[in-house]
Design a protein around this ligand. Structure first.
Ligand code: HEC
Length: 165
């Protein structure tokens, strides 16, 4: 046996010992393969991964600051004296019909923003005359004149058409 062979065999021997050291034994279970169990384990893993993905997405998502824009000025540009008067009169109606005339379910008050001005006038007139019975609005309408109905209608008809859900 030459020196070279001796060296080679030693090297191979060491390599075998090293690979055996790192060799991991696989546990042998004498258990029947349970498909349902494996399926469930897989589903759980998938769910876990989904959750992790969501967490990761939330972590890297650009932060969107929710800015609540509070309307400060009037919703309609008060370019004429009539619109100004209508806006001021409408303050009394906000409780039920909402700032934008979007209506309020809790008050049974319908959306009136963006409604035709002529329709608003005829309805207010009909309510005041008792032709259309509206007990809740009665006290408000009694004090109003025809001119004020027209002013209100001019303003309300210019409000955005929004319906409160
Ligand atoms: C106390 C709550 C309340 C207040 C305040 C109020 N309303 Fe109403 N309004 C109602 C309710 C409730 C109705 C629906 C009545 C019905 O079913 O006929 C209504 C209906 C209306 C309608 C008819 C809508 C339609 O589609 O036929 C108009 C127009 C209206 N209101 C305008 C006004 C104006 C203008 C004011 C302010 C002067 C006002 N309301 C104040 C409760 C209110």
């Amino acid at each position: 046996m030459g020196r070279f062979t001796f060296f080679l065999l030693t090297f191979v021997g060491l390599a075998v010992v090293y690979s055996l050291r790192t060799y991991q034994t696989i546990e042998v279970k004498n258990e029947r393969f349970d498909f349902e169990k494996a399926k469930k384990a897989h589903a759980d893993k998938v769910k876990e991964i989904e959750e992790l993905k969501k967490m990761q997405a939330a972590l890297y998502a650009p932060k969107v600051e929710k800015v609540e824009v509070e309307a400060t000025g009037p919703l309609v540009e008060l370019t004429t004296p009539q619109l100004q008067r209508g806006h001021d009169l409408y303050a009394k109606c906000v409780v039920c019909h909402g700032k934008s005339g979007e209506g309020k379910k809790s008050q049974n008050a319908p959306a009136i923003g963006g409604q035709h001005d002529w329709y608003i006038v005829t309805q207010l007139q009909a309510m005041k005359d008792g032709v259309r019975v509206n007990k809740v609005m009665d006290p408000y309408l009694k004090k109003l004149e025809n001119q004020e109905f027209a002013d209100l209608a001019a303003y309300i008809s210019k409000l955005p058409k929004i319906w409160a859900k």
